[in-house]
Every structure is written in structure tokens, then in C-alpha cells.
Design a protein around this ligand. Structure first.
Ligand code: GLY
Length: 388
């Protein structure tokens, strides 16, 4: 009898171990997938840091590369992906490549800003680089970037001029929703040795955008146009959305991410309340798979193209928002990431993490593409999920 107990104990122990063994979490499994992809792609790309991945057309598998210049607003995302993949893996080759692509952008901080996108270019690259390495040259580049960005601020209006080149087209000072993301550069720089006035600029921009880039129900306009002299609001409209009164998915995503981040730096309740309001209206209108159509009002829905990039931006934002709201929004964020990973993943052997993003639908550009910023916010969200 005694002798028979041992196999029974063993079997029970094995059963218990099997029951307790945690399957790889979504974050672990998807991060592993991302790191393997980036490592393979970067090995193929080599050490030419003069151009970097931008997009992949439907049916293709290899990144189209674009040259490093300020006019290419997506330049910071590939180095940002490399930094995140390095953070997730500790792979020294990824750090080397991240440094190479990041440092190739340094010249951008040394010239006047072409537009607000200087923040998108310099913060995912130098900001992440400084966070992970503490390299003082990277911090200095972010501070110089903030100074360039702050120079676009118009105090009469209370916002940054997002697109100087578009002033004649719009008939005034224009501020776009995407610009909310670039307040992070100003907030961070103000807290890290830069001019404290940059924080005031960022807060004023956020308040003005709240007033004129949103409707009372919390849905957003892409663009608000102002009189540059008097600061008077002239009108609000779309640029990349379906219509002036529609909800462009990535615009709403930038807003959710932006106001959550503004709350991180200010702890002002109005920003937290607003982030929740605009997140709630987005969540209430999502299709079942949690990945929006490119514009919530496209009459072609359900045959309209999706925008995985908006889903990735929102997933990342909601994970942060969940930390300010007792976990509210976390389940939504995880559901988005699971759906992206399970239903929008690019096939084995293809370069990107995700398929099915929409860049500029009205211009007929990048419809149903893989786009580098979708991958950037996807891997950022996975790291946020892992670290929660
Ligand atoms: N910032 C440009 C875009 O979201 O397409």
C-alpha cells in the first residue's frame, strides 16, 4: 500500500503542476513574435541608417523604405520599435541598430521645425533611447527638439501651428488632433532641465484643442483653424477623415492617447475626465473585433477598410488610462491587443507585425497597408501590458 502511494503522489503532483503552469501570456507570446521579426528584418537591413521602414502594400511582404528627413513624419518609429524590442529582449544587436537610426536623426533637432511632427520623429527615437541608456546626448536632443516645437506656438491662439505649409490652404493657423501626441516632448523636456514654460504651452494647447477639436459628444475634428493674429477660432474640419462631421478613427485615437498622457504630466482632473469621455465614445462605437474602420462614419462600412494603427494607439493609451481609473479600460485594451495579434498579424516571413492599417484614405494613400506606426504602438502596448 505504502509503495503504491508514490506514483499516486507523483501523478497528483504532475496534475497540479500542469494546472498551475501559466500558459505564455498574451504579452509574452506577442512580444516574442515582435522581437523575432524585428531582429530578422534588422539583420537584412544592415547598418544603412539613411532610410527606414514606412509601409508595406497589401500582398507584399517587405518594408518600403523612406529617406531620413524632417518631411517624413514616420522617421522616429523604426528606431522606436528597435528600442522597445531591445527593452523586451536585451539583444545587443538591436541596441546597436537603435542607436544608429536614432543618431541619424540628430540633425533634425538642429534646424527649425518643419512642422509639429518633429515630436513624432524625435521622441520615440531619442526619448526611448535616453530612457533605456541614459545617454546625455539623447536627452540634449530631446531638449533641443522641444525648443523647436515650442517655436511653433502661437500665444494669441493658444496652440502650436501644426502644419505651417498648410496655412494658405486652410486660411489660417491650423492645429490637428495628432499634435496632442507631441505635447509629450514639451512636458518631458520641461521636467528634465528644459524651460518650464514648455509645460504651460503644452497645457494651453491641450485646453484649446479640447475646446475646438471636439464636439459636445466627445467625437473629434481632425483640424481646427484660427485667425493667427486675433486667435479667434474660424472653423473646424477634417483632413484625413471621411467628412467634417465624422469621427476619423486615428484622430480619435490620438486624442485618447494625448489626453491620457497630459493627465500623466499634470494630474489635472479635467484631463482625466476628458480622456475617459473621448475613450468611451470610441469604445461604444467599435465593431465586434475591437479594431475600428478607418472612419466610424464611412457609409461603406462594413466593407470599408480597417485601421489597425488606431487600435494599437488606443490599446496603448487605455493601458495607461487603466492605471488612473482602478483598472477600468484594461479589459478593453487587452481585447484589442488579442484581436490585433490573432486576427491582424502579418504572415510568417513578412516584415511587419500587423496588417490592415489606413494612412490617408481621402488621398488614396496607404489603404489597407502595414504601416510602421501601427507596429510601434503595438509593441509599446505589449510592453505596457507586460509591465502592469
Ligand atoms: N499624423 C498623421 C497621421 O496620423 O496620419
Amino acid at each position: 500500500m505504502k509503495g503504491m502511494m508514490k506514483p499516486l503522489y507523483l501523478a497528483a503532483g504532475l496534475l497540479l503542476a500542469a494546472a498551475c503552469a501559466r500558459p505564455a501570456s498574451l504579452a509574452d507570446e506577442a512580444l516574442d513574435y515582435c522581437v523575432k521579426k524585428v531582429t530578422g528584418v534588422q539583420e537584412r537591413l544592415g547598418a544603412d541608417y539613411g532610410e527606414s521602414p514606412r509601409n508595406i502594400a497589401p500582398g507584399d511582404c517587405r518594408w518600403n523604405l523612406t529617406p531620413v528627413c524632417q518631411e517624413n513624419w514616420t522617421m522616429g518609429f523604426w528606431p522606436g520599435i528597435l528600442w522597445y524590442a531591445y527593452e523586451a529582449s536585451g539583444n545587443a544587436a538591436l541596441e546597436t541598430a537603435a542607436r544608429g537610426y536614432t543618431e541619424a536623426l540628430d540633425f533634425i533637432a538642429r534646424q527649425p521645425a518643419y512642422d509639429h511632427d518633429i515630436g513624432f520623429i524625435m521622441f520615440p527615437s531619442f526619448g526611448n533611447g535616453f530612457r533605456l541608456t541614459g545617454d546625455p546626448a539623447y536627452k540634449e536632443a530631446v531638449l533641443a527638439t522641444a525648443e523647436r516645437l515650442a517655436a511653433l506656438f502661437n500665444p494669441a491662439v493658444g496652440t502650436i501651428l501644426s502644419w505651417p505649409r498648410e496655412v494658405p490652404n486652410f486660411g489660417g493657423h491650423n492645429t490637428i488632433m495628432d499634435n496632442m501626441l507631441n505635447l509629450e516632448t514639451l512636458f518631458w523636456a520641461a521636467e528634465n532641465g528644459g524651460d518650464p514654460a514648455w509645460k504651460d504651452i503644452a497645457i494651453t494647447h491641450a485646453d484649446t484643442t479640447m475646446r475646438y477639436n471636439f464636439r459636445p459628444d466627445g467625437t473629434s475634428y481632425h483640424v481646427a483653424v484660427y485667425d493667427a493674429e486675433t486667435g479667434a477660432h474660424k472653423y473646424s474640419c477634417t483632413h484625413q477623415g471621411y467628412a467634417d462631421d465624422s469621427m476619423w478613427a486615428r484622430g480619435q485615437a490620438w486624442g485618447i492617447y494625448g489626453y491620457t498622457m497630459v493627465y500623466r504630466f499634470t494630474r489635472e482632473p479635467r484631463f482625466l475626465e476628458f480622456a475617459q469621455k473621448i475613450a468611451d465614445v470610441y469604445l461604444a462605437r467599435l465593431p465586434e473585433d475591437k479594431v475600428p474602420y478607418w472612419d466610424f462614419c464611412d457609409p461603406e462600412i462594413p466593407n470599408a477598410s480597417k485601421d489597425a494603427s488606431a487600435a494599437a494607439v488606443v490599446a496603448s493609451a487605455l493601458l495607461e488610462l487603466s492605471t488612473y481609473t482602478d483598472g477600468k479600460y484594461r479589459a478593453d485594451a487587452e481585447a484589442m491587443l488579442r484581436s490585433l495579434y490573432e486576427n491582424y498579424r502579418a504572415p510568417e516571413g513578412c516584415d511587419s507585425f500587423l496588417l490592415h492599417s489606413t494612412g490617408h484614405h481621402p488621398a488614396g494613400k496607404e489603404i489597407d497597408y502595414s504601416i510602421v506606426y501601427a507596429d510601434y504602438y503595438f509593441i509599446e502596448a505589449l510592453l505596457r501590458l507586460k509591465n502592469l
